[in-house]
Design a protein around this ligand. Structure first.
Ligand code: BGC
Length: 746
């Protein structure tokens, strides 16, 4: 008894001492009350109250970063992310701690933190599911908060005008409506937990090669209807607090000092109320950028530190203009709830993250070919050989600033880096083993693995197995483009050799972009798993064994070859306009200042204009390998009974029936062909629905189509117009399988 009283006293003393220490943690202090603490005021009024109290130095401190902690000695205020703005303790304004988080929170390795690696963005887009997109964002938001961050740098929604773009895996596919709705929901999810959302890279940053020097030439109409349309839709849904302007030039001006993009379109037409921050090193001036609408330089203060202060003092930049930048940043801190819900670190919910990652992966994996219904693997399959792609140990991830580090280190160790670039960017494999997941889900089958390094050895193992599954991958990363959509020659050769030995060969692809498939007629099945995330193998095994019925459909066209792309050859910069990141002596501050000075420009001409993705192949009548919107299921669906009632919101009603023997979810798609006078590609997506159906069940589905989905951008009047005439509304299961159609007049 005595001992326990002593024990209690000691515990109480420890707790008291602890409480004093806790008081130093953010969120544990009694918040001080300021006039702008009143949450009943609007975010704008609260921001105005703060701006009135601020000194010039405080204002300037809010519009720039403090260096790049990842590369240099992290200043003590940094949380270890890609960038941050300082807090202003006198006014109770929190720091904005930013972390890249395209498919999960990054820089875990350097900081010793765990984050969930979700399926790649393009993979997750194949779910065509706004709810999953919201869950995707909310998980990222929760983990950012748990790790002490207050802003995401995810939200990539560039169009794949160049599908070899090394960041295609970070984006949401080729249709502006689909991409905008999904990205909007991701950012809405992020902001639902009071973390500042972000949309990037604004705009026309559609290739990585020479991204700091390329000048994208594109018509206003093409921009507004495609690349900018995706941003507009995403912004409308999410009210994201941040928009990151991109590295490249657009029609002459750098995106971060382009008044058409930042002011005319984003702030005026889209009514964006948040702040524009530059991509890292993408600011090139003080006055010009400030006038054009850039609100914050990241990660440095080369232009928005002292030079901007001087410009304000000399009157080159007005107080009002500076106040607007500051107001936008503060307003966002209030509007997202960051001020009222300060970030408090905690251990991330690892199990919860696994669950979300697996659910989304199951909805993301696309079944592309399934000859003779070889899949799902039935109980009569007694032996399976898994070949190649490191499928014994893990699944691949996308690289660059989006890299979510593998817990416990990469499942396939990376070779020692030879230069700075390799130290930052190298292939990482998550410890989610397809081999082990299949073994767990098919306990009575013999499931073995061969590396595929020796195609003949792989073929002889395939010969003696009931089914062979070849894993092939294409790694991609920020800062580089794929030279081609072809897989490596060695992987194509391996697939051919195995398929020749066993016709029951299935290929599983882990790619960030579409891949070409010269062997398509020789294999029985193809499954596109993308970069499937930390529970990718488990989700994949569910699809292969039939525990999960695939539902996903492509958010990007798979062309037959590079030759069919709008730009058959990747447009490469001349050597003098590239920074040599592979230079072993390269130092980041040097690189940043060279980027800031502006490298010699080279041109890309996006003459395909409106014809992005399926719109290109449709218009040019080029057959494709797998069309936009395509994906198989283990059941089948039939469409009937289309009725279209035109109006401000056009009601498109039809019936979908599950004609197979398994429950499934069909992604039913609605397209419109506009009148000829509109001068549009043959059709555009105007809506879709995910329809859950039991075997034999029919459901009537109604897809509302708002009029803005049918309008075109008129350059002469700088406005959107509904072209009068006849509109063909088409409905079906992919962009090339549209059995229902009805014409209506507007
Ligand atoms: C990328 C951005 C990223 C930033 C910070 C840049 O190189 O283009 O997408 O958010 O770095 O890491």
């Amino acid at each position: 008894m005595k001992r326990s009283i002593v024990g209690l006293a000691v515990t109480a003393a420890t707790l008291l001492a602890g409480a004093c220490a806790f008081a130093q943690f953010p969120g544990m202090q009694q918040p001080k009350h300021y006039p702008w603490s009143d949450a009943s005021l609007s975010p704008d009024s609260r921001a105005d109250l703060v701006v009135k109290e601020m000194t010039l130095d405080e204002k300037i401190s809010l519009v720039h970063g403090q260096g790049m902690p990842f590369f240099s000695n992290a200043p003590s205020e940094s949380n270890g992310g890609a960038g941050y703005t300082n807090a202003i303790p006198r006014l109770g304004i929190p720091a904005i701690q930013m972390a890249d988080s395209a498919y999960g929170v990054t820089r875990g390795e350097a900081a010793g933190r765990y984050s969930t690696a979700l399926p790649s963005d393009l993979g997750a887009a194949s779910a065509w599911d706004p709810d999953s997109a919201f869950q995707y964002g909310a998980l990222i938001g929760r983990e950012l908060r748990a790790e002490g961050y207050s802003m995401t740098l995810g939200g990539g929604v560039n169009m794949p005008r160049e599908p070899r773009n090394g960041r295609t895996f970070e984006y949401q596919g080729e249709d502006p409506l689909l991409a905008g709705v999904l990205d909007g929901n991701v950012e809405k999810g992020v902001q639902s937990v009071h973390i500042i959302g972000d949309l990037k890279h604004y705009a026309i940053n559609d290739q990585e090669s020479g991204r700091n020097s390329v000048n994208a030439n594109i018509s206003k109409r093409a921009m507004r209807e495609t690349d900018l349309r995706a941003f507009e839709i995403a912004l409308g849904i999410s009210n994201a607090g941040g928009v990151m302007c991109s590295y490249n030039r657009v029609n002459g001006d750098f995106a971060c000092e382009n008044s058409y993009l930042l002011t005319d379109v984003l702030k005026k037409d889209f009514h964006f109320q948040g702040f524009v921050l530059s991509d890292w090193g993408g600011t090139h001036s003080s006055t010009k950028a400030s006038h054009a609408g850039l609100d914050m330089e990241q990660p440095d203060k080369i232009f928005f530190g002292d030079p901007l202060k001087k410009a304000v003092e000399s009157g080159d930049v007005s107080q009002d203009e500076l106040n607007d930048h500051v107001h936008r940043i503060l307003r966002t801190i209030f509007a997202t709830g960051l001020f009222d819900h300060p970030v408090v670190k905690q251990v991330p919910d690892v199990e919860g993250g696994y669950r979300v990652a697996q659910q989304i992966a199951e909805k993301s994996i696309v079944l592309l070919k399934n000859q003779h219904n070889l899949l799902p693997l039935s109980s009569s399959v007694h032996s399976v050989v898994v070949i190649g792609g490191h499928a014994d140990v893990g699944v691949i991830t996308g690289g660059g600033s989006a890299q979510v580090d593998a817990p416990g280190g990469s499942a396939v160790p990376a070779p020692a880096p030879k230069n700075m670039m390799e130290a930052i960017i190298h292939i990482q494999w998550l410890p989610s083993s397809p081999l082990r997941a299949l073994q767990a889900q098919m306990p009575s089958a013999k499931i073995s693995y061969v590396s595929g390094d020796d195609p003949q050895a792989a073929a002889s193992s395939a010969k003696s197995a009931d089914v062979a599954i070849v894993f092939a991958y294409q790694w991609e990363s920020e800062g580089m483009d794929l030279p081609t959509l072809d897989l490596s020659a060695a992987q194509n050769q391996l697939i051919e050799t195995v398929a020749a030995a066993n016709p029951k060969t299935i290929v599983v692809l882990e790619t960030g972009s579409p891949a070409t498939m010269p062997w398509i007629d020789k294999v029985a099945g193809v499954v596109e798993a993308w970069y499937p995330g930390i529970r990718g193998a488990e989700a994949l095994a569910g699809i292969l064994t039939g525990a999960v019925n695939p539902t996903a459909k492509l958010a990007i066209t798979f062309p037959k070859s590079d030759a069919d792309l709008p730009h058959p050859k990747l447009v490469l910069p001349p050597p003098e306009s590239e920074i040599n990141f592979s230079d072993p002596g390269a130092d980041i501050s040097n690189i940043m200042s060279r980027m800031a000075k502006g490298l010699p420009a080279f041109q890309t001409y996006y003459d395909e204009g409106l014809k992005v993705g399926y719109k290109w192949y449709d218009a040019e009548k080029k057959p494709v390998l797998f069309p936009f919107g395509f994906g198989l299921s283990y059941t089948t669906y039939a469409y009937s009974g289309l009725s279209v009632t035109p109006g401000d919101s056009t009601a498109v009603t039809f019936t979908v029936k599950n004609t197979g023997k398994r429950a499934g979810t069909e992604i039913a798609q609605v397209y419109a062909s506009l009148p000829d006078a509109a001068g549009e590609p043959p059709k555009r997506l105007i809506g879709w629905a995910r329809v859950e159906l039991a075997p034999g069940e029919s459901k009537q589905v109604s897809v509302p189509v708002s009029q803005d989905r049918l309008t075109v951008y008129d350059e002469a009047s700088d406005s959107w117009k509904l072209v009068p005439g006849s509109y063909a509304i088409r409905v079906g299961g992919s962009s090339q399988d549209l059995p229902l159609h009805q014409s209506v007049s507007f």
